[in-house]
Design a binder for this molecule. Structure first.
Ligand SMILES: [Zn+2]
Length: 419
């Protein structure tokens, strides 16, 4: 007997969904006006039910109320699966809803939809854009991000991490801070926590299981005491390496402050020598058309130029062949700095001397948080997507999604016929 037209349509959708017994498409409703396809999926009443916890066959309890899962579109039509999923009564685990082959437990989306959404989120600059493309609300997209991150974190390996970095980032337009732990060799963010105090640093370390924490040989960080104290408390074996980019930043600031003070002094006497020169002193490279005038500035007996010279000299510290040469270089540099009247640079030299031991560790473990700087552009893009800032958890999930190198995609069911 020839199947009726409706039976053919239903069987067609069943094949597209890859459903196998005891699941089948029971009905397909087209709502052309609303642009929706609704596929009602049913369970063969006679089939055995399996407890999702222990996988044991048990008695069927009842059916859960009808639910919807968003699926990939059929042509231009938004498509949902609807079903009343049976619940089993397991002697050990009680009443449980059985697993469906098309979605992860607790998800409002099918596996195929989630997989597509995760790739779209990875490719788009903002969640608002993803929400528009997927015809979802913003919170729905955020849920997809969180689910993907949870999946990725459960799969992630934290074994054999030898070098980590602890770093702060501004949050909520600089009103507050977050702390980030990086796996330096793996070039990935491991965790993000609020604040930048010792407790924040310790919380980051605790993301690594005790055995993994003990294997960390060195940690890169700034010279503020919080991360140092956190590392001493949680991973006392790890060498502390002060990040050379933080040192460069401190010296740059000292040059800038020297210039500002000197510029004010000169201007008071009607001298505009330092006007418009700010960036020349800060950048490593002076643009070609400014090189001649910059060379002239260096010839004049300026405090700013002297400060700049000491900053530039210090770059060579990092290029020393070993800690002994590093210590010698530092002693010479420090000696000449303290003889000057460059208050700002002297203050930095004093700080560096205080932390010298953990600056010299660089020659054994040449690590920095540079990868964290690389993440900055990604994090900036996330930050500009301002709606994500209502909650710290949103921000954390977005950073881990984009910078955590996590395996984010759900496992898709194998297409039938490929066993
Ligand atoms: Zn069970």
């Amino acid at each position: 007997m020839k199947p009726s037209k409706d039976e053919t349509v239903v069987a067609h959708y069943g094949k597209l969904l890859g459903l196998e017994a005891p699941w089948r498409v029971h009905a397909a409703q087209l709502d052309l006006l609303r642009g929706r396809v609704e596929l009602e999926v049913a369970w063969d009443e006679g089939a055995a039910v399996v407890c999702p916890e222990c996988r044991k066959e048990c008695a069927r309890h009842d059916h859960a109320p009808e639910r919807e899962w968003r699926h990939l579109n059929v042509m231009q039509f938004l498509t949902v699966i609807k079903a009343r999923v049976p619940r089993c009564r397991c002697p050990e685990h009680g009443v449980k809803t059985v697993r469906t082959p098309w979605a992860e437990p607790g998800s409002h989306f099918t596996l195929h939809f989630e997989a597509f959404a995760v790739q779209l989120i990875g490719a788009c600059r903002s969640l608002t854009q993803v929400a528009e493309l997927l015809e979802l609300d913003w919170d729905g997209v955020q849920r997809l991000v969180e689910r993907a991150v949870t999946r990725g974190l459960a799969r992630r390996s934290l074994a054999d991490i030898r070098w980590v970095g602890l770093d702060e980032k501004s949050f909520l337009r600089g009103q507050s801070y977050i702390s980030v732990m990086n796996d330096i060799a793996g070039a990935r963010v491991l965790e993000v926590v609020p604040d930048r105090d010792q407790a924040a640093g310790e919380a980051l370390w605790q993301v690594l299981p005790a055995a993994a924490r003990k294997k960390v040989e060195a940690a890169a960080m700034d010279m503020s005491g919080s991360y140092v104290a956190a590392t001493r408390a949680q991973a006392p074996q790890a060498a502390i390496v002060h990040d050379k980019f933080h040192v460069a930043k401190m010296l740059n600031e000292a040059v800038d402050q020297t210039r500002r003070a000197e510029h004010a002094r000169l201007q008071a006497a009607g001298d505009d020598t330092l006007s418009g020169t700010r960036y020349l002193w800060l950048h490593g490279l002076v643009p070609e058309k400014k090189q001649a005038s910059f060379a002239e500035l260096l010839e004049i007996n300026l405090q700013t130029a002297k400060a700049w010279c000491y900053k530039e000299q210090f770059i060579e510290f990092w290029a020393q062949p070993d800690a002994a040469h590093g210590a010698q270089f530092f002693a010479d540099w420090h000696r000449s700095v303290v003889r000057t009247r460059l208050t700002r640079v002297k203050a930095v030299a004093k700080t560096l001397k205080k932390h010298l031991t953990n600056l010299l560790t660089y020659f054994v473990y040449p690590i920095t948080n540079a990868i964290s700087e690389g993440f900055n552009s990604k994090i900036q893009a996330i930050k500009s997507d301002a709606r994500g800032f209502r909650r710290f958890a949103n921000y954390r999930a977005r950073i881990l999604f984009h910078c955590g190198k996590l395996s984010l995609l759900p496992n898709l069911p194998r297409p039938s016929g490929c066993h």
